[in-house]
Design a protein around this ligand. Structure first.
Ligand SMILES: C[S@@+](CC[C@H](N)C(=O)[O-])C[C@H]1O[C@@H](n2cnc3c(N)ncnc32)[C@H](O)[C@@H]1O
Length: 324
């Protein structure tokens, strides 16, 4: 079987951690590869493989529509592709809108043309600064971020993300809070090896596939970004700052605890910390870290869970009551 995996990110890493025998894989495919090997296999551009050399391509990237289109351009048979992410997207059955355009409101037709989501767009998103691509990440997570950001007008402070990886979620924060400084904390070279341990080799290796320059280039307002590259909390240096919104997404227990200890006391009243993966059975250290931090404080922190893919918990700081 001539087997390929399209993608060299977390989705591809996940396959290795979920039983795919990597020695069966001829190559990983990536249109913009960051390295020429992934999990010991060669990484090729899709143009470098011929249709006849392929029996099966596992598409382990969320950019399913773009990959389907690229495969068609390259003459790769559609039935050789199995989409493992965003495979629920429906294709448009309507081939031609020209006749309908002369009789229907263009905004109505835009809605008809839009790709289908498992969750419908809410009515208040008409003027959203988010790009359709941002919503491919995790629809509920990104839309929840949007509604939280819309409620931050009265809350002063910067924004931050600890655990940035390729900057997909950081780009959403930057788009939604264009006036605020956004601190990005990451090694941009993956997890601390000692903390990650020996398990989940695919997951760990996939997170090395990034870089601070590459992340900065994807930010809609790069002038508002301050990159703090290195292992947190050492990467803080002498930073003095307060925050309105923090995304805490480092997956592992000790780094999550370090993030909570530093950011929670610096969160302004009315602000939020989005603690990603809190309900993820795969990353139990995140919940343990919060419980340890709460034990140190001697209180349960006010929090609201989201039903996004990895079970974010939104930690809140109370607004002071105005008694006048
Ligand atoms: C799951 S990824 C972040 C994903 C990103 N928030 C998103 O939604 O697109 C976790 C990131 O945390 C970073 N990380 C983990 N522990 C860290 C630490 N102690 N200091 C800096 N970065 C860390 C890793 O390098 C990795 O890029």
């Amino acid at each position: 079987m001539k087997l390929y995996v399209w993608g060299t990110g977390c989705g591809a890493g996940d396959l290795a951690d979920h039983g795919l025998e990597i020695s069966q894989v001829c190559a990983f495919l990536d249109s913009a590869p960051l390295s020429d090997r992934f999990l010991g296999c060669p990484v090729l551009r899709p143009e470098e493989v011929e249709n006849e050399e392929i029996d099966l391509i596992l598409v382990a990237s969320r950019h399913a529509d773009a990959i389907a289109q690229k495969a068609e351009e390259l003459g790769i048979d559609r039935e050789k592709l199995v989409f493992l992410k965003n495979n629920w997207a429906l294709t448009d059955r309507n081939r031609d809108y020209t006749a309908a355009e002369s009789v229907l409101d263009p905004r109505y037709l835009d809605g008809v043309r839009a790709p289908h989501h498992a969750v419908r767009d809410p009515l208040w998103t008409e003027a959203s600064p988010l790009a359709p691509r941002d919503l491919e990440n995790d629809y509920v997570r990104v839309r929840s971020l949007e509604v939280l950001c819309r409620g931050l007008d009265e809350v002063p402070g910067a924004a931050a993300e600890l655990g940035v990886y390729c900057g997909g979620f950081a780009g959403c924060i930057n788009a939604l809070l264009p006036e605020r400084t956004l601190y990005l904390f990451d090694t941009f070279a993956g997890f601390d090896e000692a903390e990650a341990g020996g398990d989940n080799a695919g997951f760990v290796q996939a997170h090395r596939n990034t870089g601070a320059d590459r992340v900065l280039r994807c930010m809609p307002h790069p002038e508002k970004i301050i990159v703090r590259q290195g292992l947190f909390p050492a990467s803080l240096g002498r930073l003095e700052e307060r925050f309105a919104l923090v995304s805490l997404d480092v997956d592992l227990e000790e780094s999550t605890l370090a993030g909570l200890r530093w950011f929670y006391p610096r969160l302004n009243p009315g602000g939020y910390i989005l603690l990603h993966d809190f309900h993820s059975p795969r990353l139990p250290g995140v919940k343990r870290a919060l419980r340890r931090y709460e034990a140190e404080l001697g209180v349960r922190l006010p929090a609201v869970p989201l039903c996004d893919i990895n079970g974010t918990l939104v930690l809140c700081r109370n607004l002071e009551l105005n008694t006048k």
